[in-house]
Write a protein that binds this ligand. Sequence first.
Ligand SMILES: [Zn+2]
Length: 270
Amino acid sequence: MPELPEVETTKRGIEPYLHNQSITKILVRQKSLRIPFNDNLKKHITHVKIKNIKRRAKYIVIDFANEYSMVIHLGMTGNLRASRQKKFLKHDHIIFYLESGNSLIFNDVRRFGLVQIYKTKGSFYLLDNNGPDPFEKKADVDYFYNRIKNSSASIKSILLNHKIISGIGNIYASEILFSTNISPLRMGRDISHTDCKKILQQSKIILNKAIKAGGTTLNDYFNAESKPGYFKIQLNVYGKEGEKCPSCESKISKITQSNRSTYFCKESQN
Ligand SMILES: [Zn+2]
């Protein structure tokens, strides 16, 4: 599933192709996505200059020079690529033709992603439901501490709760907790202000590493025939049940929390 680093890399990858461009035509080959694409709104973003492209949590948002925006979510299997090719791949659902002759293509095998056009001012409701991601100013230590200080949920579940903090994802949650020596089982109310600071710092460090690693695979990403590979960041605990912990002699444990796998070291993390 594309996580925040993959989405950020995608955004950085398509940005140069969209800079100062406008969409001349939108071809919809399959509109039945997680939320059906609304054909009636196409007219609002064609022949209008693209003003800005940004990422919020795991959403890519393209603002146009009128009062419209388009939000894209990659779901489980979605990807976006820029291409000059005229021939389509299987699962290329929506094609945005650009002035430059390039096109921006939304491909999604399982169709859990979405592409929605909306009035910028009204904003898109799924974006409003998301808490800030670790890179947003709003996600400071006081914010995070206040959101979790009375919580009896585990810190692992809290890191995956996008209403509190968005964009962390399951693999990175285990890695962040390992690097802060905090047990995934600890409850929100047992996490100190200092712990919150460490968690936010490590979140940024680890996600940034993944974004950097993604940058190196970008060329492959834009070979029209290929799919983005998972970023190869050095993982310390995730997927390493029974292996030796990188900071002590104990073995890494695997448990299930809220139906998701968690990997951690019982000795190093408490
Ligand atoms: Zn250990």
